[in-house]
Design a protein around this ligand. Structure first.
Ligand SMILES: O=P(O)(O)O[C@H]1O[C@H](CO)[C@@H](O)[C@H]1O
Ligand SMILES: O=c1cc[nH]c(=O)[nH]1
Length: 236
């Protein structure tokens, strides 16, 4: 048990998928895992452990933003000794070409110099995805015919910003494909604990065109992401 998680030692698998939204966590567990067991309900940050193709896998909600994400990730890595974290998140596309409902696989990430997360110098050093997880995801996404893009992503701890989309101009000029609110923290805390990490994101809106998906279609929209993340989880 930890301050934010009622699960005991041994309740989590070594590999944990990390959606922000508890509804997504529950849907993924019920849809894809055999014999899913809820291991955390505290604060509604639902966590599940079950089997995928006979291999143990967990799914843990992380909430919104770096501060929330780091609490759940830290407790998984430090107390539960988790070895692999795969984010199954949503993002906003930063180029018109990256279509709604496609996947963005974060090959590198540019974070804001937010105050949160500085405890481990999380924003001081570059950190990225585990090369084997990344290679597996790219190969399987291709084999499964999943529309996906891989490259630089941006990570912002602020969703509603007074500058609006203008604040992304610099990172867009560097070629960033999409923005989320946790990937930078994921890569840095995984690096700190010597764990492996990968961030796979479903595009739910486009910051450039203003297009949006509707929340009602969201679980169906996540099928490709969940399948790909589970495939990577059990094979890598
Ligand atoms: O859907 P999740 O995984 O929460 O991810 C994205 O959605 C939230 C913002 O709406 C942020 O957490 C952002 O990173
Ligand atoms: O962080 C996020 C997630 C989805 N869409 C956005 O515009 N930003």
């Amino acid at each position: 048990m930890t301050p934010h998680n009622e699960a005991g030692r041994g309740d989590y698998a070594e590999t944990v998928l990390l959606p922000g939204d508890p509804e997504r966590a529950e849907w993924m567990a019920e849809t894809f895992l055999e014999a899913p067991r809820c291991v955390n309900r505290r604060r509604g940050a639902l966590g599940f452990t079950g089997l995928f193709q006979g291999r143990p896998v967990s799914i843990q909600t992380t909430g919104i933003g770096v501060s929330s994400f780091l609490i759940y990730a830290h407790e998984l890595l430090d107390f539960h000794r988790v070895k692999t974290l795969i984010r199954t998140g949503t993002c906003g596309a930063l180029t018109a070409e990256v279509g709604l409902r496609s996947l963005v696989i974060s090959q590198s990430v540019r974070g804001e110099s937010a105050g949160s997360g500085q405890v481990y110098g999380l924003y001081d050093a570059a950190a990225g995805p585990d090369p084997a997880l990344l290679a597996r995801a790219l190969a399987r996404a291709g084999e499964l015919g999943i529309e996906h893009y891989a490259g630089l992503t941006a990570c912002s701890d602020v969703f509603y910003h007074p500058e609006g989309r203008a604040r992304f101009a610099d990172v867009q000029a560097e070629g960033a494909l999409a923005v989320d609110m946790e990937t930078s923290a994921l890569y840095r805390i995984a690096s700190h604990f010597g764990a492996r990490a990968l961030s796979i994101l479903s595009v739910v809106d486009n910051v450039v065109t203003g297009e949006q998906t509707d929340y009602s279609e969201r679980q169906a929209l996540f099928t490709d992401m969940a399948r790909l993340a589970l495939d990577v989880a059990i094979e890598s």
